[in-house]
Design a protein around this ligand. Structure first.
Ligand code: ADP
Ligand code: MG
Length: 441
């Protein structure tokens, strides 16, 4: 066997194996390039779930004609220059391989007009056919910005083509990818078209209120309506975002978004910290929804872990773990420690609860004991939990419990959104609501 150097096309196709898994991976790389170029509007046109066409148009700073061909070459980037630059990456891309990889497994046209070009100057296209790494340059009139068109993905790599799923499935992945990038870049407006129809429009958010509306539009309004704010700063670490109320749990990891310095990441340590903070509050097997942003010095996080750039390594992993966990616990704590004002107008329940707890002489005051009752509505957030508490309690009340007595439906409290407390003939019963639920099921 003789050793031969791989052709540039084959070398790029091998590299593409790691970054271009499906149409949504192409979308991710191209959207990140547009964001890195300072775009304020990005339009995606998709045909047939991205297998026939992915076109991304941005109004960023563009690429000069002389550099168009280089942009398609492997290991060519404008984002880093020296080894030291790897210590603190400030852009989403830096590996200089996405365009080269994509152009080796599809027909790619990169068109651009640089922001420093004259008004009457034309834009230029670099056309790569995916047959070899040859690039053809042609004029293309266009406004300042960049248009990348990727046609016939995997036309020359049948092994990959086989793994493509139904058009709808690929489209859903693309939409999810766009949501992630949009959540990470609130200052950018996005439009997504599929087979000629606009399927999603996300305006840019300039104010805090617009930012909230955007979260509602991207994640869901029911999430936003039930969510609690996260906002904490510890030394150089800033954490903010939205967390689902413990009543808003789900069974899949949908709507779970974590961003580190504007990059959507999947990180086991961070996920574990979040799970731990919610642990006591959710029924077994249920998970929360969240949009969490972490901002820290770029030197404290290494993003050069995997070609997909969705994994990160923190210098001080355990510190971040603890800060995140405590910040979430803190954000969730008001709902665990609120004694609602039952006299407040608007408190409504068709169920007759005993009113505020007034300790008699010699009787422990739950407030002073650190036991806080939450059996009312502090903004309608508790209604589902209360309804469930009522339903579990009434089902348990019908069960004969010899020697202990029955739960009296007229006297029920809910503690920490989790326990049902009620006097019975022989004393007091404390029911773990989630366990009761499981038992009933
Ligand atoms: P990377 O993003 O890691 O640098 P890419 O292969 O994705 O590598 O892109 C190569 C280069 O092409 C980028 O460094 C950038 O200079 C240029 N480029 C790519 N897309 C755009 C764009 N949408 N607008 C401006 N420049 C772009
Ligand atoms: Mg890139």
């Amino acid at each position: 066997m003789h050793i031969k150097k791989l052709s540039p096309l084959l070398a790029n196709q091998i590299a593409a194996g790691e970054v271009v898994e499906r149409p949504s991976s192409v979308v991710k790389e191209l959207l990140e390039n547009a964001v890195d170029a300072g775009a304020t509007r990005i339009q995606l046109d998709i045909e047939r779930g991205g297998t026939r066409l992915i076109r991304i148009t941005d109004d960023g700073h563009g690429i000069e004609r002389e550099e168009l061909e280089l942009a398609l070459a492997r290991h060519a980037t404008s984002k880093i220059e020296r080894t030291e630059d790897l210590k603190a990456i400030h852009t989403l891309g830096f590996r200089g391989e996405a365009l080269a990889s994509i152009s080796s497994v599809a027909r790619l046209t990169l068109s651009s007009k640089a922001s420093n070009a004259n008004d009457d100057a034309t834009g230029w296209s670099a056309i790569a056919q995916g047959q070899d790494m040859a690039v053809d340059i042609q004029p293309r009139p266009m406004p300042v910005g960049t248009i990348v068109e990727v046609r016939d993905l995997f036309f020359n790599t049948p092994a990959r083509q086989k793994f493509l799923r139904a058009e709808r499935t690929e489209y859903v992945h693309i939409e999810e990818t766009m949501k992630r990038v949009a959540l990470a870049s609130p200052q950018v407006a996005f439009t997504l078209k599929h087979n000629g129809k606009v399927t999603k429009r996300i305006p840019a958010a300039k104010s805090e209120e617009q930012q909230k509306q955007r979260i509602g539009a991207i994640v869901s309004n029911s999430f936003l309506g039930q969510s609690l704010a996260l906002d904490a700063s510890v030394e150089h670490l800033r954490l903010w975002g939205w967390l689902s109320h413990p009543d808003f749990h789900q069974n899949s990891n949908m709507s779970q978004y974590v961003f580190v310095n504007g990059r959507a990441v999947r990180d086991r340590t961070l996920n574990h910290a979040i799970r731990q903070a919610y642990q006591e509050l959710l029924p077994t097997g249920r998970v929360p929804a969240y949009v969490i942003y972490l901002e820290l010095d770029a030197e404290k996080v290494d993003v050069n872990v995997h070609p997909m750039k969705t994994e990160v390594r923190f210098k001080d992993e355990w510190r971040i773990y603890h800060v995140l966990k405590s910040a979430i616990e803190e954000a969730l704590s008001p709902i665990l420690h609120t004694i609602p004002d039952f006299e407040k107008p608007g408190f409504s329940s068709d169920f007759e609860f005993p009113t505020t707890f007034t300790p008699k002489e010699g009787q422990a005051n739950p407030d002073q004991e650190g036991l806080h009752l939450t059996h009312g509505d502090t903004g309608n957030n508790f209604q589902p939990a209360l309804d469930r508490a009522k339903s579990y309690a009434s089902q348990l009340a019908t069960r004969p419990e010899p020697d202990t007595g029955r739960v009296d439906l007229e006297k029920i409290w809910q503690v920490h959104s989790k326990y049902i407390v009620s006097p019975i003939t022989s004393g007091l019963v404390i029911i773990d609501q989630h366990v009761a639920h499981e038992r009933i099921l």
